[in-house]
Design a protein around this ligand. Structure first.
Ligand SMILES: Cc1ncc(COP(=O)(O)O)c(C=O)c1O
Length: 439
C-alpha cells in the first residue's frame, strides 16, 4: 500500500503503520462508534461486491454493509457510472437547487407513502433531528416520546436510553453520553417498545406537551408485534400527536416504500438516510405537506418556522448515487430475491447453532439479521439487555477472525450481491466459531 508523506514522497504503508498513525491521530484509533480489539481490527482498502479488502490484503465478507446503506454491495456498476458522471459536473453546489436532487425528490414522492413533501438533509441523524424540530414547530409543544433501545442518531435528543444498563423508570430515561445539557432529557420521554399500554398512559399524562412519538418501525433487531405500530398510529390520532417513523434503516430496505409500505401504516413524518443516498452523504425527511411546509424559508421569523439548512443538503453526487441505487431496487423481483437470500442464510445459521446446542437464535426478517443468545425473538430492549451479551460478543469476534465482517453485538445485513459462496463460507466460519466458544 502506498501513501504520500507530508513532504510529498511515496511511502510503503502496512496495516501496522496505518494503525500507528490512527492511534496517534484518532480517539480509539477509530471513526467514533466502534473500536475492535487489536487481533481482529483491520483497515479497509476497498470494497468489491459483497466483500471488503484490507490494506494487508485480507478479504472479508461484509455483513456490516455500510451500516445498512450498501444494499447493492460495493461499487455496483450502475452506481459507479452515475457517480462518475456527476463528479465530472461538480461535487458540490449550494444555495440553489440542482437537477439531480429535484429528480430524486420526485422519485421519493412517488415511492414513499407518506411523502407529500420532502426536505433534504446530509445524514440520518439530521433527518431525525429535523423531524423532531418540525414536529415541535408545527404543534408548538416541546416533548418527544422515544423508545428504550431505539437509536435515532448522534444528536442530544437521541442520546437518551439508547444503551441503558437497566430498564428505565418510564418515562424517565438515562442519558447515554456526557455533554448533554441538563435541561434536555426532561423533553425526551422513554417507553418500552412493543408495550402499547405503557405508551398510552405516558401519552395521556403528557399530551399537552407532547409533539411526537418517534419510532424505529423495526427497532434494531426487534420486530413490531401485531398491532403495535397500528396502536401508535391510533394513540397519536386520538391525542393529536405526530407519528414519526425513523426509516433510516428500514427505508428501501424492508421494501421499496420502507416499513410503512411493508406494514401498511402511514406516519406523519419519516426520516431517511443510508440507502436514499446510495451510501453517500444524503438523508431526508418526508411527510405531510402541512408539517414539512414549516421548513419553507418564507416562514422565517414566525414561531412555527422550522429552520432546515446545511452545506451538503441535497448533495448532487449523493443524490446521483441514491437515484441510481433506487432504480436498481425498482427492478422486478428485487426484494423477493433479497429476502429469500436472507432467509436461506438465517436458516443455515440457525441449523449450525442448534447442532452445537447453543441457546442462541439467528434472528431477523427481510434482509436484517443478528445472532442473539436468546431462546426467542426479543420483545423489547429488556430482552436484549438480559440476553448473554458477553457470549454474543465472543462469537462475533470469532467470526471476525474468520473473515466475516460483523460488528460485535450489532445488527447486520444481507445485500443483493451476496453469493452462495459467501453463505457457505459464513456457515463454515460459524461452525468453527461455535466450536471455540462452546464451554
Ligand atoms: C434508525 C437510525 N436512525 C438514525 C441513524 C443515524 O443516521 P446517520 O448515522 O446517517 O446520522 C441511524 C444510523 O445508524 C439509524 O440506524
Amino acid at each position: 500500500m502506498r501513501s504520500v508523506d507530508r513532504d510529498g514522497g511515496q511511502l510503503e504503508m502496512s496495516q501496522t503503520d496505518f494503525y500507528a498513525l490512527a492511534e496517534r491521530n484518532l480517539p480509539g484509533a477509530g471513526l467514533g462508534g466502534y473500536s475492535l480489539p487489536e487481533d481482529v481490527r483491520f483497515i479497509i482498502k476497498r470494497g468489491v461486491g459483497s466483500r471488503l479488502q484490507s490494506v494487508d490484503d485480507r478479504w472479508y465478507i461484509d455483513y456490516v454493509g455500510g451500516a445498512g446503506a450498501n444494499i447493492l454491495g460495493h461499487a455496483h456498476p450502475a452506481v459507479v457510472e452515475a457517480v462518475q458522471q456527476q463528479v465530472a459536473r461538480g461535487l458540490h453546489y449550494f444555495g440553489t437547487l440542482n437537477d439531480v436532487a429535484v429528480e430524486l425528490s420526485e422519485k421519493l414522492h412517488r415511492i414513499i407513502p407518506c411523502a407529500e413533501k420532502i426536505t433534504f438533509t446530509t445524514t440520518g441523524s439530521e433527518a431525525t433531528f429535523y423531524a423532531m424540530r418540525m414536529a415541535r414547530a408545527f404543534t408548538g409543544r416541546n416533548k418527544i416520546l422515544k423508545f428504550e433501545g431505539a437509536y435515532h442518531g448522534n444528536h442530544d435528543y437521541s442520546a437518551v436510553s439508547v444503551f441503558p444498563s437497566a430498564p428505565a423508570n418510564y418515562p424517565v430515561g438515562s442519558v447515554d453520553t456526557g455533554g448533554v445539557p441538563d435541561a434536555l432529557p426532561s423533553t425526551v420521554l422513554i417507553a418500552p417498545y412493543n408495550e402499547l399500554e405503557v405508551v398510552e398512559n405516558i401519552v395521556a399524562e403528557n399530551k399537552d406537551d407532547l409533539a411526537a412519538i418517534i419510532v424505529e418501525p423495526v427497532q434494531r433487531i426487534i420486530f413490531p408485534e401485531d398491532g403495535f405500530l397500528q396502536g401508535l398510529r391510533r394513540i397519536c390520532d386520538a391525542n393529536d400527536v405526530l407519528l414519526i417513523f425513523d426509516e433510516v434503516v428500514t427505508g428501501f430496505r424492508v421494501a421499496l416504500g420502507g416499513a410503512q409500505e411493508w406494514l401498511g401504516i402511514t406516519p406523519d413524518l419519516a426520516s431517511y438516510g443510508k440507502i436514499v443516498g446510495g451510501g453517500g452523504p444524503l438523508g431526508c425527511v418526508a411527510g405531510r405537506a402541512d408539517v414539512i411546509e414549516r421548513a419553507n424559508p418564507k416562514h422565517k421569523g414566525s414561531s412555527d418556522f422550522a429552520y432546515v439548512n446545511g452545506t451538503l443538503h441535497g448533495n448532487p453526487v449523493a443524490a446521483a448515487a441514491g437515484l441510481s441505487t433506487i432504480e436498481v431496487l425498482e427492478g422486478p423481483g428485487f426484494y423477493d430475491a433479497l429476502h429469500e437470500k436472507s432467509r436461506q442464510l438465517t436458516t443455515a445459521l440457525q441449523e449450525v447453532l442448534d447442532r452445537h446446542g447453543l441457546p442462541a437464535i439467528a434472528a431477523g426478517r427481510r434482509s436484517l439479521w443478528q445472532i442473539l443468545f436468546l431462546r426467542a425473538e426479543p420483545h423489547n430492549q429488556t430482552d436484549v439487555m438480559t440476553s448473554d451479551q458477553a457470549r454474543m460478543r465472543e462469537l462475533d469476534l470469532e467470526l471476525l477472525k474468520r473473515g466475516i465482517y460483523v460488528l460485535p453485538g450489532v445488527r447486520r445485513f444481507v445485500c443483493a450481491v451476496n453469493t452462495d459462496e459467501d453463505f457457505d463460507q459464513t456457515v463454515g466460519a460459524l461452525d468453527e466459531a461455535c466450536e471455540v466458544i462452546k464451554h
